[in-house]
Design a protein around this ligand. Structure first.
Ligand code: C5P
Length: 217
């Protein structure tokens, strides 16, 4: 049955600096969003890829696209509704365009985990000491109980669509696993990969560029 990849690329991406939103910045001559699109398009278990972009950017993405919203959550919702309107899918992988490298093994692990859950996400442990922030730092937070959540996040399509539709308007969510959990479903984790870390700050792109060059040697 059908597995669709949904890439959200409708953000302003201001924290990364530069004159274009980060998801359109070039990594080895190719925009970040196009790296992600190609990775999904090349995976044997994925039948189609849909990219959510700001209306002004629709001409600059390859393949199928749909207009995004004010927040990431609304952008994902628009994408899910577009998939639903064209017949739906069995499974969907929801991904941030700002994460250009997607190891095939991660997609394999996520889809396998979906055999026993409605949602699966890649997570990694936290390496640094964590404290409550402030001019004077606060208490240490036990990092052994915490995990960093990445994308792609894999879902049963009907479940995540219903969860998004049930989410209260006006409340925000930065990831879809939380939206699925709020609807009462369990979300399982698979081992993530540092290659999936989000391009967020100036410098992250240079690091990704160096990694790409090293991988081509
Ligand atoms: O800003 P942040 O890094 O959290 O954004 C995560 C992803 O969500 C990015 O790929 C961004 O383009 C996307 N996004 C979106 N629509 C918005 C805001 C963010 O598609 N309104």
């Amino acid at each position: 049955s059908d597995t669709v990849a949904l890439i959200v690329a409708a953000g302003k991406g201001e924290r990364a600096g530069g004159d274009v939103p980060k998801q359109f910045q070039l990594l080895g001559r190719v925009p970040l969003v196009e790296h992600a699109r190609r990775a999904f398009a090349g995976h044997p278990a994925i039948q189609s890829v849909l990219t959510v972009v700001a209306p002004s950017q629709e001409a600059s993405v390859m393949g199928a696209s749909v207009a995004g919203g004010e927040t990431r959550r609304e952008s994902v919702r628009n994408g899910l509704e577009a998939i639903a309107a064209t017949g739906g899918a069995a499974r969907v992988l929801i991904h941030d365009a700002a994460r250009p490298t997607i190891p095939k093994a991660i997609v394999d692990r996520l889809l396998e985990a979906l055999d026993n859950a409605r949602g699966a996400v890649p997570v990694l442990p936290v390496a640094d000491t964590l404290v409550r922030g402030g001019v004077r730092i606060g208490d240490v937070i036990d990092r052994s109980t915490l995990a960093r959540v990445q994308t792609p996040q894999a879902f049963d399509f009907a479940a995540i669509l219903a969860a998004h539709r049930a989410w209260p308007e006006g409340e925000e969510a930065t990831d879809d696993a939380q939206i699925l959990r709020r609807a009462g479903y369990d979300v399982v984790s698979v081992v993530g990969d540092p290659l999936l870390d989000k391009i967020t700050y100036p410098g992250d792109l240079a690091l990704a560029e160096a990694r790409l060059e090293a991988s081509m040697r």
